[in-house]
Design a protein around this ligand. Structure first.
Ligand code: PMT
Length: 402
């Protein structure tokens, strides 16, 4: 199993002798399935060349904040948004001090301030520098802000000293990075997640569908599995690989999706991210429809309502904790609240699909979650993987309180 499969890691390389281990770290992260983008400080470049890390990561290394060409390709904000994890290895005493103070005077420290992703540091420095009260105070401050520290380890150091301050080995760091995604918040819970579009047949060769790619629902399934849940993912037709440890059930129409969901019950939490067709043709023609001169240029299709999967499951005696999605192009919050009430939900995730950079078939999303008291919690624009992990953590909290 690749524990970092498709995870996007920004690896920051600071200026310490342990930077030589960063080359091996890039390889280990990639062996575990991660995509890696490297950001180097000026000091880091004194110890290892960007070319080495470019060759190992498969991408140009990001060096300068004030480089118009680099900013035009993938600037500091894009890098910050792209990341699922920012890992800084080696993190020198100077980098720790700057990060503790919120200084943003180079590309790496700016990315750390701009990201919503978790940040982890692998400290590496002389044992006396590590033990210094200033470094220890910085360490406390960073931990208090939720920044994780991997190590340091203890042992003989490049300078000849023996003590705390050695950077952990590459494989240990790669494993610690993978652990960041395994929260265990939903251990022992069964989650049922719907994803993708449905297809409603008109005749044997035509159907009605929508633009859902399934990316949001699949990201939620992956995040829920990482949180320790048993996950059943019922999906309409999409072209996505099945996340690890997820039981996938492929369906075509809304009625198939309802049947598959009912068969998968009971569950503790239902997350309905699928874009289900509200209507289907009343009659599916047994043969391909031909152009009919008697109807002129028009074709009239009689449509009937599909069952509402979410409302049906929310109405059962063994009702799970129910989370819906509302994809809207106008009056987002008003319509979302209406759906929360009408479908008897615990939470609804409002998704503004009028903005093409988020919502249907995009890599990113930005959503608001609304509860029964109409409190709104916003999740700003980030990759669907990142939004999914934040949503799963939020849903797990609310589920526990319910
Ligand atoms: O798949 P992606 O390309 O990543 O895009 C993600 C998304 C935009 C599809 C997703 O985030 C999203 O917003 N999904 C809900 C889309 C939608 O059509 O919502 P709705 O407003 O029609 O339905 C409201 C809720 O009821 C949804 O949870 C839906 O799954 C559910 N529903 C709707 C109709 C129906 N017959 N049965 C249902 O269960």
């Amino acid at each position: 199993m690749q524990r970092l499969y498709r995870k996007r890691i920004v690896l920051g390389v600071g200026g310490g002798i342990a930077a030589y281990k960063s080359a091996e770290l890039v390889r280990r992260l990639r062996d575990h399935g991660a995509e890696v983008r490297v950001v180097m400080t000026q000091g880091g470049r004194e110890f290892i060349t960007p070319l080495t890390l470019q060759a190992l990561s498969g991408h140009p290394v990001h060096l300068d904040l004030l480089d118009p060409a680099a900013e035009a390709a993938m600037g500091h904000i894009e890098l910050a948004r792209w990341a699922d994890l920012v890992l800084i290895a080696p993190a020198t005493a100077d980098l720790m001090a700057r990060l503790a103070q919120g200084v943003a005077n180079d590309l790496l420290t700016t990315v750390v301030l701009a990201t919503n992703a978790p940040v982890a540091l692998a400290p590496a420095m002389n044992q006396a520098m590590w033990a210094d009260p200033a470094t220890q105070a910085n360490r406390e401050q960073l931990l208090a802000r939720g920044i994780r520290l991997f190590g340091p380890g203890s042992g003989s150091q490049a300078c000849g000293d023996i003590g705390m301050g050695r950077m952990l080995e590459a494989e240990e760091l790669a494993r610690a990075a993978a652990d960041c995604f395994e929260t265990g918040m939903l251990t022992g819970r069964h989650l049922l997640i719907t994803a993708g579009p449905t297809q409603e047949n008109i005749d044997p060769v035509r159907y009605i569908t929508n633009h859902s790619s399934g990316k949001m629902g699949f990201a939620l399934a992956e995040a829920a599995a990482e949180a320790g849940a048993r996950v059943t993912l019922v999906t309409g037709p999409v072209f996505l690989p099945t996340p690890d440890r997820v039981q996938r059930i492929d369906v075509v129409s809304a009625r198939d999706m309802l049947a598959a969901c009912e068969a998968a019950m009971p569950c503790d939490i239902l997350i309905a991210a699928a874009a289900v067709a509200d209507y289907r043709p009343e009659v599916v023609a047994p043969h391909k429809l031909k152009k009919d001169p008697s109807t002129g240029d028009g074709l009239l299709l009689q449509m009937v309502r599909n069952p509402d999967i979410l409302a049906t499951l929310a109405g059962r005696a063994d009702r799970p904790f129910c989370v819906g999605f509302a994809a809207e192009t106008e009056n987002l919050l008003e319509y979302a609240v209406r759906k929360l009430r009408d479908k008897n939900l615990d939470l609804i995730v409002a998704n503004d699909v009028a903005n093409p950079s988020i919502g249907f078939n995009s890599e990113d999303n930005a959503v608001s979650v609304i509860d029964r008291q109409q409190h709104e919690t916003r999740f700003g624009q980030a990759s669907k993987g990142h939004i999914a992990r934040a949503l799963v953590a939020f849903i797990a909290e609310r589920y526990k309180e319910s």
